[in-house]
Design a protein around this ligand. Structure first.
Ligand SMILES: [Zn+2]
Length: 70
């Protein structure tokens, strides 16, 4: 019998994010879900190579961003 195939998706579950605002130098550390909510992002946005700027929750300046996974 021919073997059938499936794809197993392994979820990466980030818990917290951390960044420093280059404008007001605030250190922001928050839960990943809160970060997505605050920034109006969704998980699928991270598959895109083009990232929209994020907004500092303190001074509200827009920040160019790249992501790295720990
Ligand atoms: Zn700021």
């Amino acid at each position: 019998m021919k073997k059938l195939e499936t794809i197993v998706t392994i979820d990466q579950v980030p818990i917290d994010v951390e960044f420093t605002c280059p404008y007001c130098e605030a250190n922001i550390s928050e839960g990943f879900e809160d970060f997505l909510d605050d920034q109006g992002l969704s998980w699928s946005d991270f598959y895109d190579r083009q990232h929209d700027p994020i907004k500092c929750p303190f001074c509200e300046n827009e920040i160019e961003v790249s992501y790295e996974f720990d």
